[in-house]
Ligand binder design. Structure first.
Ligand SMILES: [Mg+2]
Length: 97
């Protein structure tokens, strides 16, 4: 299972929940999360995707700490099971694609 596969699964699941999972790349800052997920309940989540057994780089660790420090919604998901678990907090709206 690659990170790319888990990320694609995450995007699909967010869409099914009626949200948008934007690819996030900062022009000036390395280590930011892979996706910003805007969810129908009004929450925006910074989500890092990893393959099972992967690890956060030093800059990704710093970003995670900054998100925690500023009380943002942040998650690091390491598998499709993690994605499924994260999705449970949102209500399915039955949207296709
Ligand atoms: Mg990643």
């Amino acid at each position: 299972m690659t990170e790319k596969e888990i990320e694609a699964y995450f995007v699909k699941r967010v869409k099914a929940l009626g949200g948008y999972a934007y690819k996030f790349r900062s022009v000036t800052q390395r280590g930011v999360a892979d996706r910003i997920a805007c969810m129908p309940n009004g929450e925006a989540w910074f989500v890092e995707l990893k393959k099972p057994g992967g690890r956060l780089s030093a800059l990704q660790e710093i970003f995670a700490e900054e998100m925690q420090h500023t009380k943002q919604h942040y998650a690091c998901l390491w598998s499709k099971q993690d994605v499924d678990e994260w999705c449970k907090r949102f209500t399915e709206v039955g949207r296709d694609k």
